[in-house]
Design a protein around this ligand. Sequence first.
Ligand code: PEP
Ligand code: MN
Length: 336
Amino acid sequence: MLIVMEKGSTEEQIQAAVNTIEKRGYTARPIPGGDRVSIGILHNKGSVDAAHFLGLDGVKEVIPVTKPYKLVSRELQKENTRIKVGDAVFGNGSLPVIAGPCAVESREQILSIARSVKKAGAKLFRGGAFKPRTSPYSFQGLGEEGLQYLAHAREETGLPIVTEVMDVENFDIVEEYADVVQIGTRNMQNFSLLRRAGKSRRPVVLKRGMSAMLQEWLMAAEYIMEEGNPNVILCERGVRTFVRHSRNTLDLSVVPAAKKESHLPVIVDPSHASGVRDQVVPLACACAALGADGIMIEVHNNPDEALSDGAQSLYPKQFADVMEKINAIHAIVGQK
Ligand code: PEP
Ligand code: MN
């Protein structure tokens, strides 16, 4: 249930409504809006009687929230959530691009790629230091040493860092270095990890599980928000289908569907969606036309020798070209 306060309601009136909610054993979550405050009621078992709140001073209306995901839902918050990281804003109609290699491999590799993606216009730099690999024999990432290289690249280029956290055990260390923590497709329903991310001060990129329905994805985001972290960026990265021409199938339709259901920004990763370099470019263009809130693209200075995901990594020149295309498309169809 959502209590909507009158425009210009006072701090005292808002606090009185919060107290009334808490006295009944529920949790109150005030949500500042454009010109009025709303208060979400959480942790109610069964329905809540609106009559308890309708008579309070400053309360305009009481709206039932029908969705199982409450905090994530547009029912609770009409305006888009905007998440600012460095120069980038996710959710304001702009199209920030996150670019970098799949995995951090060496200091030189990271610096070289960070410089080239910065020059091409990327707003954030990505790279995994803890890698979730299908095979235990594949390169697993450099761990903390990799995080140090990322921090060094940030110092040099000014680009904020997005990097994956794989488990609760390593959360503290990843959070210390990262500007944005990423939860990967394989961990979308790792509920203890989601809860830990909810206690973090860092924005979270939450990738869609490779066979997750929209509702499951949004419920995963709800875990993070429910713990108190409002800064969740949803990332579509392709789902598993029967096709063989690509690694996954990019589900473009989930972007408008997610944005209709939720106020959270929705970005797209065409690299993991396709697994094939030649498909990444047109798919990135489609994302720009689609109204996505950002794009994540893998780029490598030497993709043929990459320790992870070389086949889908763009060459730096290719990335610079796709940035031009993306920006041109966004200038025409962007919603800013
Ligand atoms: C990644 O971004 O490097 C990654 C492993 O992505 P996903 O979780 O989407 O496979
Ligand atoms: Mn990858």
